[in-house]
Design a protein around this ligand. Structure first.
Ligand code: HEM
Length: 367
């Protein structure tokens, strides 16, 4: 590994910040591997995505398994996406999400701090757990979170998991057994009943993982930006379009996934799209570091928090519905303030950017 790749691997956000001003919007990481974020290159890449390969992530494949949807390719991938699409349609789950959000907010202590990202992670995992299994099982989800946290719960753990014993499978047989039992006994129309039985473990783990980490971070970042913007919380109570613009602007400035999945050409050239850098490009956005929900829409290839091409996130609408529902309910029922909003360096969990665990929310009941 050369110096550039080492910095990219060990200090992802620091490295991305250091190349932010590269006008070409691309940087060579090593021979035949490029990091790209120029909007024209991104738009072309996503247009030709079907012709490219999608190699497994070195960090995630030992956890999610080799048969995860995240790196299935070709016809298998297309068929799997076709099965998944109707099961992830957001409007099927509005009532379920409303109920779970109301319950989680009612459980919040009034006036006492709770870790913001920890709370959103627990709630979004409960929601995707119900969607996948059809029933609530907090014990199983707690065991799943613990297993994931041991591997990706901090930057140090992510790096240790990735580089100390690279490629070693990190399944937990006991947890897998519990997940498979739950998935096999799921009542239709729960999602697990529609998954291919031969890859069930890898697909269940992938959906639980992809379906909550990013949504939890996006929700927490949205609450963070609302807290940092005087007067915004009150405006959002009556302006739904401003709420959607606020969520979009939070996804721009604090994208939960700093990178989209690697793409590889037939001759082995690897391209890593950087969502983080595309969203901060000065030639694309005026004052890119300023949070401004009234911005005009970005050009094609300039905004892609959910990735793009044939791998674009199938949970996008579901995620946006969750974020909208959680933020609206929080603002309606509670007066929110954050305890450490100025020291908010993102925490890396895998390639996901979450607010640090020290960022706490105080949610006082509205009278
Ligand atoms: C704010 C929340 C979310 C963000 C920012 C996000 C972001 C992403 C990104 C960047 C990718 C990679 C796309 C690419 O390589 O071009 C992806 C893939 C994926 N996401 Fe999401 N995601 C979110 C929520 C969800 C939810 C709720 C689900 C529900 C299960 C989900 C399921 C998936 C799956 C299965 C893939 C793999 C798709 C494939 O490779 O074909 N995501 N997501």
């Amino acid at each position: 590994m050369n110096r550039t790749e080492l910095r990219f691997a060990l200090q992802l956000i620091g490295f991305l910040d250091s190349v932010e001003d590269f006008e070409d919007g691309l940087v060579k990481l090593r021979e035949r591997r490029w990091l790209v974020w120029h909007p024209d290159v991104m738009a072309a890449l996503f247009r030709h995505d079907r012709e490219l390969h999608h190699p497994p992530s070195r960090t995630l494949s030992p956890l999610l398994g080799n048969r995860s949807v995240l790196w299935l390719d070709g016809e298998e991938h297309t068929a799997y996406r076709r099965t998944l699409a109707p099961m992830l349609r957001a409007n099927r789950y509005q009532a379920l999400i409303d109920e779970m959000v109301e319950r989680s907010i009612a459980e919040l202590p009034s006036g006492d701090p709770v870790g913001l990202a920890t709370w959103t992670r627990k709630l979004t995992l409960r929601i995707i757990g119900r969607i996948v299994f059809g029933v609530a099982d907090d014990e199983l989800l707690t065991a799943f979170s613990r297993w994931l946290d041991r591997r990706l719960g901090s930057r140090v753990r992510t790096l240790a998991h990735r580089y100390l014993t690279p490629g070693t499978t990190r399944f937990d047989p006991h947890l897998d057994q519990m997940l498979l039992h739950r998935a096999k006994t799921a009542e239709p129309p729960a999602l697990a009943a529609c998954l291919p039985p031969e890859d069930l473990r890898d697909q269940v783990v992938s959906l639980l993982f992809a379906g909550h980490e990013t949504t939890a971070s996006a929700t927490a970042w949205t609450v963070y930006w609302i807290d940092r913007t005087p007067g915004l919380a009150e405006q959002l109570l009556t302006d739904d379009r401003l709420l959607d613009a606020t969520i979009a602007e939070s996804l721009r400035l604090s994208p939960p996934a700093a990178l989209a999945g690697n793409r590889m050409s037939d001759d082995g050239m690897v391209i890593t799209p950087s969502i983080y850098l595309a969203h901060r490009r000065a030639a694309t956005y005026d004052n890119p570091h300023v949070f401004d929900p009234t911005r005009k829409p970005p050009p094609p290839g300039g905004f892609f928090p959910f990735g793009g091409g044939v791998r674009h996130c199938p949970g996008k609408e579901l995620a946006l519905l969750e974020i909208r529902t959680i933020v609206t309910a929080l603002l309606r029922h509670r007066r929110i303030s954050l305890t450490a909003p100025r020291s908010c360096t993102p925490q890396l969990r895998g390639a996901a950017m979450a607010p640090p665990p020290s960022l706490a929310m105080v949610a006082t009941c509205r009278r």
